[in-house]
Ligand binder design. Structure first.
Ligand code: GAR
Length: 217
């Protein structure tokens, strides 16, 4: 019998072990952030920058769903946000070319997909080759695509987690940068499990960006 209280869910395994990450570069990396909904990952990036943990600045937030809380968060941080509603575009390529235009207009050097729930095309990837990362709520290559948390529950895995990876054309398949493991508890629902995964997302996404800024000196 497993007692939930005996499992430490706050010190989950993170790879690589970079707890003492430091800012080494001089020039702030100019970030463009893309989000579709709540924006809690946007929030932790903004907070890590404010705390001096990441040498970066957020040039713009692009969001695709009217009413997304991410836009409110951006406003609270004084970050410009731009709504690009994908429903207004004929196809994914036309939509992505508008995304590219907005990112370039704002002088973005590196793109963070922080809860971006759209498939991206070659149009966007070619504009930022190896300069775009995504956070995904599973230990890739398991549970790619939508509803990753639900997929983990259905598969009855005992450990899942989250992954920061470079974005490539094949969905959720680019080079893995950082992962954190999270236990699946016997009475988990998708909500409780996702909440536990997000605690780790909020650690590894700023860490990944910090690592990237080290190459920006
Ligand atoms: C996060 O859990 C992120 O991993 C997931 O969306 C959530 C966004 O949360 N992304 C994907 O599933 C992408 N395939 P947030 O809006 O609170 O940052």
């Amino acid at each position: 019998m497993i007692h939930n209280s005996s499992i430490n869910t706050t010190s989950s395994l993170i790879y690589p072990d970079i707890y003492n990450y430091q800012v080494l570069s001089n020039q702030p990396l100019k970030l463009g952030i893309m989000a579709s909904g709540n924006g809690s990952n946007f929030e932790v990036i903004a907070q890590a920058i404010a705390d001096g943990k990441i040498n970066a600045q957020i040039q713009v937030l692009i969001y695709n769903n009217p009413g997304a809380k991410a836009a409110v968060r951006a406003e609270n941080w004084g970050v410009k946000s731009v709504l690009l509603n994908h429903r207004d575009y004929k196809n994914r390529e036309k939509f992505d070319s508008q995304v590219v235009q907005i990112l370039q207009q704002h002088d973005v050097e590196f793109v963070i997909m922080a809860g971006w729930m759209r498939l991206v095309t070659k149009v966007l990837i070619d504009a930022f080759p190896n300069r775009m990362i995504n956070i995904h709520p599973s230990l890739l290559p398991s549970f790619k695509g939508v509803q990753a948390v639900e997929q983990a529950l259905v598969a009855k895995v005992k450990i899942t987690g989250c992954t920061v990876h470079l974005v490539s054309l094949e969905v959720d398949s680019g080079e893995i940068l950082i992962q954190a493991a999270v236990p699946v508890l016997p009475d988990d629902t998708s909500e409780t499990l996702h909440a536990r995964i997000q605690v780790q997302e909020h650690r590894i996404l700023p860490m990944a960006i910090s690592l990237l800024t080290k190459g920006n000196s």
